[in-house]
Design a protein around this ligand. Structure first.
Ligand SMILES: *Cc1c(COP(=O)(O)O)cnc(C)c1O
Length: 414
């Protein structure tokens, strides 16, 4: 049985019973985002470190803090419990004391979004719905298509024109019905909402569905458990809609509230300079709803984010900060991360690494800082984007002299 107590509006604080609303009717769909509350005292009785040590290595291990029933989880096998990897050479290149990478690029569909989609599918199963839908620039869609296929639900996906080929191929391979909208992402989003109302589909669009952030929260829950005796100073996450970083902060805070850990970490939110409405709202206190712009990191290209308030509050409550990075810095981070850790990150994931370099240059981080960065997506999802960052092969005739010439030139240069 779920330990959800109520839903609270992040704007006006009004409280609603579970199932009573998807967004706050008083504040409207744009601002009235809800936050799911749990009975943390009851959760603390069973969610202990000893109990956790005996649970399966997936994000369902935190059942007490998830808005799902145990039976519904079985349908979407194992998501989560991704590894936390030491990255000493990358730490040195960035000029910080220690860096660990939590690699969600090796999640089932290759991104952090699997955490949210699996909870969305578990919720849909609980409500007895057979079809589920979302509007997405890519990863939310491919993860939903994956989880729906695993659970035997029909997925309906609304994508914009800028979806990379790798992500589109995933959708079609997982058997989703894909609508590629001749318009903007905002239009794809609105059309998805209309279609869900028309057909009664379950709406996974993370932005307004408060339960999805609870899935993303598992990134923070896991991180807390993985670092229980060895806390980082900072946790770094790239930010698009704002749901991921808010979820991670909530996960860390809840693990402290239930007594599994005793520490807090500061959050560093990283946005691409071309599309940085949340970083701006962190300074000004308000969202520019006429936001435009563009970035190479397609998964965080969200000009008008719906979860901006949660994302601003999460970073503020942690005593953290926002930074922005140029597309050139992001490309460099794709290359550095691959070369110095063996992890192939998609541009939006490498943005977190780029943000560390910026924060170090600004003095937010220093040479002793211990940092965890979330690698939120796999580089194979966007091959064209990756190739823009990583250079070209040596094209040569089948001739050893040519190989020798290139190796000698490389050796001389290093
Ligand atoms: C969605 C996404 C993000 C950002 O998450 P938001 O909830 O939109 O802020 C970061 N990286 C990748 C790879 C993503 O797919």
């Amino acid at each position: 049985m779920s330990l959800v107590t109520q839903l609270t509006c992040v704007q006006c604080g009004a409280e609603y019973a579970e199932g009573a609303a998807m967004t706050c009717p008083r504040c409207g769909m744009d601002e009235g985002i809800l936050d799911v509350q749990f009975d943390l005292e009851r959760a603390a009785r069973t969610l202990t470190r000893t109990a956790l040590a005996r649970r399966p290595p997936s994000h369902w291990r935190y059942l007490e803090l998830l808005p799902v029933e145990a039976e519904c989880c079985q349908a979407v096998a194992t998501i989560g419990w991704t590894p936390l990897l030491e990255a000493p050479r990358l730490a040195e290149a960035l000029g910080i004391g220690r860096l660990r990478l939590k690699d969600d690029g090796r999640s089932a569909s290759g991104s952090f979004k699997d955490r949210a989609s699996s909870v969305g599918v578990a919720r849909a199963l609980r409500e007895g719905v057979k079809s589920i839908a979302c509007a997405s620039t890519g990863n939310a869609a491919s993860s939903l298509a994956h989880c729906a296929a695993a659970a035997g639900l029909q997925a309906n996906i609304f994508v914009s024109q800028i979806v990379p080929a790798g992500k589109l191929a995933q959708l079609l391979a997982y058997g989703a019905r894909v609508f590629k909208i001749q318009g903007t992402y905002a239009q794809a989003y609105d059309l998805c909402t209309q279609a869900c109302e028309h057909f009664g589909w379950y709406n996974r669009s993370a932005a307004i569905n408060p339960y999805l952030m609870e899935g993303k929260k598992t990134g923070g829950l896991e991180l807390a458990e993985q670092c229980a005796d060895d806390p980082p100073d900072w946790v770094v996450c790239s930010v698009g809609d704002g749901c991921s970083i808010a979820g991670v902060q909530k996960g860390l805070a809840q693990m402290k509230a239930v007594g599994v850990v005793k520490w807090d970490a500061r959050l560093l939110g990283v946005q691409a300079a071309g599309v940085a409405p949340i970083a701006e709202a962190f300074e000004t206190g308000r969202l520019d709803r006429n936001g435009a712009g563009d970035t190479y990191a397609d998964s965080i290209n969200v000009p008008v984010p719906r979860n901006w308030r949660k994302a601003v509050n999460a970073v503020r409550n942690s005593g953290g900060a926002y930074v922005t990075t140029t597309d050139e810095q992001i490309m460099r981070a794709v290359l550095l991360t691959g070369r110095l850790t063996g992890i192939f990150a998609e541009p939006a994931a490498a943005t977190a690494v780029a943000g560390i370099a910026v924060a170090r240059a600004q003095g937010l981080l220093n040479k002793r800082s211990s940092v965890v960065a979330l690698i939120t997506g796999n580089g194979l999802k966007d091959i064209d984007g990756a190739l823009r960052a990583v250079g070209q092969p040596h094209e040569i005739p089948p001739n050893l002299d040519q190989v020798v010439r290139i190796v000698e030139a490389d050796t001389a240069a290093s």
